[in-house]
Design a protein around this ligand. Sequence first.
Ligand SMILES: [Zn+2]
Length: 538
Amino acid sequence: MLIRFLPAKRPLTQSALLYAVDLEEPFWVLRRRPGGALAGGDGADYWVILGLLNQPAGFCHGGGNNAAQRGFRTVVQRCGEARELADYAPVRGCMAIRPYGYALWENIQRSLDRRFKETGHRNAYFPMFIPYSFIQKEAEHVEGFSPQLAVVTHGGGKKLEEPLVVRPTSEAIIGHFYSKWISSYRDLPVLINQWCNVVRWEMRPRLFLRTTEFLWQEGHTAHATAEEAEEEARRILDIYAEFAEKEMAIPVIKGRKSETEKFPGALVSYTIEGMMGDRRALQMGTSHNLGQNFAKAFDIKYLDKENRLQYCWTTSWGVSTRLIGALIMVHGDDNGLILPPRLAPIQVIVVPIYKEEERAEVMEAVERVKGLLGNRVRWEVDDRDEYTAGWKFNEWELRGVPLRIEVGPRDVEAEQATLARRDVPGKEGKWAVPLDGLGEAVERALDEIQEALFRRALAFREEHTHRPTTWEEFVEAVEDGFALAPWCGDAACEEAIQEKTKATNRCIPLEQEALPSGARCAHCGKPAAEWALFARAY
Ligand SMILES: [Zn+2]
């Protein structure tokens, strides 16, 4: 097993380092732990390997005697079991999503799906194979997606007459069906969403952020007027933003993509952009007003009330498993994941603490705790006898469970339980609660954690968002995080900025303050058109 140490330039405590894994060149994130925390260890310090996402995690010992080496092998195995979100696939760029990671995705799905349905959308399913000629019908679309296409040339042991594309997105195939299903204004609007997988060949894959195959939802709607399509694209953007902030506890900036960055074939693309723990930007969801481009390419027409044949106005919008990457990168700390309570598969972990002779009475109290929690929250009891309480604390911290309930002999005696917040380490985040009223106290604590995570992420983003007006300030700003700068709107200027700083135009925020009179582009000095957000991005 090869252990690579991170370059020492950045402090190891940065949450982003938890995610510093690359499918090509995996490296390990290490954390020093005091030796006392290790069950069966010899008391010397050791290193925990936070290889959460791409490698079997374990630790290597600071001392190196035989007992430690034995302990090393055991803990490597145990931590390997805790590395539960995802795993590499034999095909580069693909991943297996493990049950803990998938439960997280299911919570994201459920929460979004409810919002889509409340706004009149329904789910459907479309085929994953698309005739190659369909993709070619919209010129910008084919140009944008060509480099990423997976193409099937053989089937049933024979060369196919026409190659098939594995869907990179479904505008083309859904457009085909909409042209058959829509004939009159009475059929409109069509508001359909699909939950599925898509394939986009990735040259530089990263687990969850950029995988060749990923899971997502894609909404596709058709409308009678330009105004309705625009309204729909904006409505969905609002849903995405509200979901990100309320459920994921991640503050986002709503904006419009520049002409360079917009979806191939779209009239206008909207985005929500979040700041990750390493101060880079992540595009977390997009919503596109496709105008009549796809309706014309796929012949989606309807007869209006005056019996005139009109092209529809369409939209498409999506978020993907990339959101799991965002959760990891925004909230994680040097002890592992921190999952926002609203999405956490396990919100509360109950850990009994006892010596052999205390087991019966402690477990009796745990039974009572289970009854008190009931269906209020998603909880589990870790009653495995083979691990110490301290070891369990570590493990559930690593997995990001937002709240821990400890039940020990002293708690039993005092008719109480001890709560510990994942987001507030040490004694500060720990307090005793009387068993009467435990359920309410736990719910309240989860709400507080949810809010605290959002506030912390927002404060972090504010701290690293700058408003440069000169080029020197701009360069400094993108070194530190987000640069909200007056910009000319010119594509060549945008490209030059990227070449010089590796920062891309993330969006033109929808909320625009008035530019100072005579404001000039922070890069080229031409008259500024709008404020634009620039940052290095995933
Ligand atoms: Zn410029």
